[in-house]
Design a protein around this ligand. Structure first.
Ligand code: COA
Length: 528
């Protein structure tokens, strides 16, 4: 087995273990939940999806490295329900009663953004005790956006469906309240602004759960529930029937596009080989074509060449070109030797314009240490050329996907369409690292700054303390650059196995087609 493969398999085993923390976040409460005759969040999702349909789980590691359980007390992803790609957000009632903490809020907020950008129906599987009360200061004000997002989705004709399985208290009651369709499980759903204790405190009225917010009451008396389900499975069945009647059409699918998607060939090179060609030591360069040819469709009729490279002789440390993935056209920008020079920035700018001119989605494969610094390069205009690339990325309107396959440092992260530039999706490989710069460089810069500061104050630089600080800073930045840390902060949509990348890209490119794909040639002023 190659050294690269062994190292990557170790990282992947570790990733499995970290993801298992999200799956098992409910601990002993999972068994209690089953004893109560209830389904777990993931079981509900499995039943909701079409048989055999994949579920692209998103942001599984949200909350990693924080004081909150991994997963953010929700399970989120895109799945096919009654033939329609839907965004599914399921509360995990086994984690603090499914309550919403700051991590859950970031995760569901991002899920709503993905749903909006790709015009996906949103199905919420509700069972939540509302706000995680001890953390109310961090959620109360911003959580209002969740309800705003639901009602704005409805205004955009983006359907919203709430299947209520259990508690849906206080703010949580507005999740069904703001949804287009509401299904409630008899004897399970309890939807009220305030439960019996709160009502007693507020008005002195004595009531029980069922009369205050039971499913039957809402279906027959208040009219909040559109459907009364006899049990959880029935609620899921009704939910599937609702989606079947939404008359969803994919606005981005044109006749020629559909014809191309009908048949395609598997990649020229086996994706399994990615584990051999990707060094886990980021200092070792690798040829991105080795990655591209393991991701894109192999040659077939109408797609005679797997990867048509554009401008191969110019700016060689950025590879650009056209390919198809699962029959869907895509323009690819991939870093080659890590550094972006002026030529690479200009080439990227031109390529992004061409993709917009031909309404072709873009795929960015990050492995960059940033734009080149130094006298020669500053004098050669590296800032203005980098700015051109960032301008192109910022104002490009074709959908884009970014994958961090290696390093993603500094402004290189911006130019390559990092998270702040709103790619439709962004995933990370377990070997990737991302930060403003490398840990050693950052610690070194801080050291030089500290020495200069001491000199300007006329005091001696404390070498011992300086060395300790350098080591501390280096270690801290190293930890903060790792994929789990960034995923924990919801700066990506998930850490993925490199071998799954092609499948995930296929799903994402299909999801993207729910919106018209329209390029734009109105960019800001390019500083030439
Ligand atoms: N904030 C913070 N923690 C909460 C919580 C909340 N709103 N609701 C429940 N929890 C915690 C519980 O303290 C318990 O913690 P523990 O495991 O450390 O003991 C855990 O979540 C599970 O709660 P439990 O009551 O055992 O679960 P349950 O499934 O029997 O009931 C609820 C879940 C949500 C129905 C119930 O806990 C409840 O009514 N909570 C209050 C809901 C509320 O009034 N919310 C208002 C928000 S504005």
């Amino acid at each position: 087995m190659s050294e690269n493969r062994t190292a990557m398999l170790t990282k992947l085993a570790d990733l499995d273990a970290e993801q298992a923390k999200a799956v098992n976040a409910g601990g002993t409460y999972m068994e209690r939940h089953h004893r109560r005759g209830k389904l777990l969040a993931r079981e509900r999702i499995e039943l909701l999806l079409d048989e055999g349909a994949p579920f692209l789980e998103l942001m599984t590691l949200a909350g990693w490295g924080s004081s909150f359980p991994v997963g953010g007390s929700t399970v989120t992803g895109i799945g096919v329900v009654s033939g329609v790609e839907c965004m599914i957000v399921a509360h995990d009632p086994t984690v603090k009663g499914g309550t919403i903490n700051p991590v859950s809020m970031r995760k569901t907020g991002r899920a709503m953004q993905i749903a909006e950008e790709n015009h996906l129906p949103v199905i919420t599987l509700v069972e939540s005790g509302g706000a995680d009360l001890p953390h109310q200061k961090d959620i109360f004000i911003p959580a209002g956006r969740g309800f705003r997002d639901l009602t704005r989705a409805s205004a955009r004709k983006q359907p919203t469906i709430a299947l209520v399985f259990g508690n849906s208290t206080a703010g949580g009651a507005y999740i069904p309240g703001m949804s287009d369709y509401i299904v409630m499980v008899d004897k399970g759903a309890k939807v009220f602004l305030g439960g019996p204790p709160l009502v007693k405190m507020a008005t002195g009225e004595v009531s029980d759960d069922e009369e205050l917010g039971g499913a039957e009451m809402h279906a027959t008396t208040s009219g909040l529930a559109d459907f009364l389900a006899v049990d959880e499975r029935d609620a899921i069945r009704i939910g599937r029937r609702i989606v079947a009647r939404l008359n969803v059409t994919k606005r981005g699918v044109t006749a020629p596009r559909q014809a191309r998607e009908a048949s395609y060939a598997e990649p020229l090179l086996d994706p399994e080989g990615l584990l051999d060609v990707i060094p886990t030591d980021l200092k070792e360069p690798f040829d991105p074509r080795e990655v591209i040819l393991r991701m894109v469709d192999g040659p077939s009729e109408g797609n005679e060449v797997a990867f048509d490279e554009f401008k191969p002789l110019y700016g060689p440390s950025l590879v650009t070109g056209w390919a198809r993935i699962h029959g869907r056209p895509v323009g690819i920008l991939a870093n080659a030797q890590g550094i972006l020079f002026s030529k690479e920035a200009q080439k990227a700018t031109q390529f992004i314009q061409l993709a917009n001119a031909s309404d072709t989605p873009l795929l960015f494969l990050h492995n960059t240490t940033g734009y080149m610094v130094g006298k020669e390069y500053e004098q050669g205009g590296i800032i203005k050329h980098g700015a051109m690339m960032v301008n192109a990325v910022s104002n490009s309107t074709v959908p884009s996907i970014s994958i961090l396959i290696g390093a993603s440092y500094g402004a290189g992260n911006y130019g390559m369409n990092g998270r702040a530039y709103d790619p439709r999706f962004l995933f990370t490989w377990p070997n990737a690292k991302s930060a403003v710069m490398g840990p050693q460089q950052l610690a070194g810069v801080m050291d030089i700054v500290a020495r200069a500061a001491a000199a300007s104050k006329g005091i001696a630089f404390d070498e011992e303390a300086g060395a300790a600080t350098r080591q501390f800073v280096e270690q801290m930045i190293e930890e903060q650059s790792l994929p789990y840390f960034l995923s924990g902060m919801v700066y990506d949509d998930g850490v993925i196995d490199p071998r799954d990348t092609r499948t995930i890209l296929g799903i994402c490119l299909s999801v993207i087609e729910n919106q018209p794909i329209e390029g734009n040639l109105n960019f800001g002023v390019f500083r030439m």
